[in-house]
Write a protein that binds this ligand. Sequence first.
Ligand SMILES: *[C@@H]1O[C@H](CO)[C@@H](O)[C@H](O)[C@H]1NC(C)=O
Ligand SMILES: *[C@@H]1O[C@H](CO)[C@@H](O)[C@H](O)[C@H]1NC(C)=O
Ligand SMILES: *[C@@H]1O[C@H](CO)[C@@H](O)[C@H](O)[C@H]1NC(C)=O
Ligand SMILES: *[C@@H]1O[C@H](CO)[C@@H](O)[C@H](O)[C@H]1NC(C)=O
Length: 543
Amino acid sequence: MLFQTLCYVLVWSSLVSTIVVSTSPSTSEVKIQSYEYVAGKSFTGKIYVKNIDLTKVVSVIYSDTTGNWNNNANLVKAAFSESISDTNYEFLTFSSTAISSIKEFYIKYDVSGKTYYDNGSANYVVTTPPPTTTTSSSPTSTATETPPTSTSTAFPSGNFTISTWIKTQEGISRSAMICNINPSEAAKGFIAASLSTSGPEYYHSWTRGLALVSYVMANDYNTTLKGDATTVDLLKDYATYSINSQSTSTACNCLGKPKFNADGSSFTGSWGSILKQSGDDTYVTGTLKPGKSYLDYVVSTWSDGCFDVWEEANGVHFYTLMVMRKGLIQGANFATRNGDTTRASTYTNTANTLKTKIDTFWSGTYGVFKKPVMMSADNSGSLADGFYTPRSDKILATAVVVETIGRYPEDTYNGNRNGQGNPWYLATNAYAELYYRAIKEWTLAGQVTVSSISLPFFKKFDMAAAEGTVYKVGTAAFNTMTQNVALGADKFLSTVKNYALTNGSMSEQYERGSGKSTRARDLTWSHAALISAARAKAGAPFT
Ligand SMILES: *[C@@H]1O[C@H](CO)[C@@H](O)[C@H](O)[C@H]1NC(C)=O
Ligand SMILES: *[C@@H]1O[C@H](CO)[C@@H](O)[C@H](O)[C@H]1NC(C)=O
Ligand SMILES: *[C@@H]1O[C@H](CO)[C@@H](O)[C@H](O)[C@H]1NC(C)=O
Ligand SMILES: *[C@@H]1O[C@H](CO)[C@@H](O)[C@H](O)[C@H]1NC(C)=O
């Protein structure tokens, strides 16, 4: 059979929760935001650092369980990760090789001839096995002042049946997703939307699907499959395919073509980044270094409008602008690290322009964003900077109004031709993910306050909610409300569970009447969306 592939089952360990959290930078020069320690496996974390000078050295220094600091030579260096918009702070992250035991640690920041510390009050104490999320106060004026106040909060467990089911389904989905990557006889890095070659013919790579799937893999590489050689190879194949498609001739002679063939050539019918942690610096500065790229193309063409994510409506779209903004901000960080300050500032400026434009999509009259498709935009297009992230009042208000699990209300595409639109697995999964991500954000922030905009959302999960109600982490009210939201999220996942085939296969859609799984078989994106939902349900951090 032409498209037969060797599929391998990946084994992964259970997710670990992040331990310490400061919600925002304030005035101290250095402050831990979060960390995770898995005994004998990994020690990773994220640090707020005031940008005093470009040249800086930030180290995490630790002792083993016997209290031995090895003369402070037990250290992990942190590296630039991203700047934090509208502040003079940036995030640095660290990731160690396996460390058999850690008792305590503190952070040392050397810059411009001075040294700053963050040691809580008397060093951070690592507890093993890790408890669930703990929150701490924001950094204060001197790093050695005010220890983080700790309150333990469990991430809501949701529906037990679904929690059990999703563990198995996540593994099935990961295998199904991998099956659709690099089928034999295709160009390296080709990710088929589905292996279905007729009724419908989906044996193509759509740039958006390719990007979303690779994003899920990149997250896997960062978390559940840390350091996995197969995953990093697949990501490199994806980069190869994308770089080649940028120079492939297309009908529009532009970078805006959304669909490519298995051999890497451009589809001519009608219509319409990550590897640094592998330690392969030459690859990053050589192959990936931004040259003529999609981002340059975005800078010059974003306002021209284009087709929406489903290639149906032409215009300027919320979803597209959100992902463009994210790409530009991440691209600016990447350019900075590669010494390309011109591109870094061009990308940053365009991102700021987009931010203003995106705000105009809110419709005061309806109190919602105009297109529900923004749900998946929000999962994939938001950064950890609070700009229309899942906890945003306006996003929540839209979620509660348009709780559709199809693509959008006017949809008439039945997966092969026009007829009647059906619910989609990926949209249903995206709703669950959105709810869980909102819970994660409230937890990290320490609290959530109900506003007039978000009230209809909260009312759905807590009848007593009123404008001004504050749910504080660690209180019974917070736990009850978040558990109800988690159960709501799991209702979406129940739908997926009910309509997936018994062996876990998910096609593109399920029939609106019978719930029968229909059209393109094992849609790569359906499975990728399930994996991200499972990760969000486990309370994993996201980027
Ligand atoms: C940690 O903080 C305490 C209290 O301010 C201070 O006395 C101590 O020197 C700090 N330790 C390090 C390694 O900076
Ligand atoms: C992976 O981890 C790095 C370092 O923490 C972070 O900068 C990056 O955004 C993460 N990428 C994804 C896709 O999760
Ligand atoms: C939990 O999920 C199962 C399976 O979908 C469902 O039958 C059950 O009603 C759900 N329970 C709650 C409390 O939502
Ligand atoms: C699941 O079952 C369907 C229908 O029988 C089949 O077409 C598909 O190949 C199966 N998937 C796997 C991964 O075995």
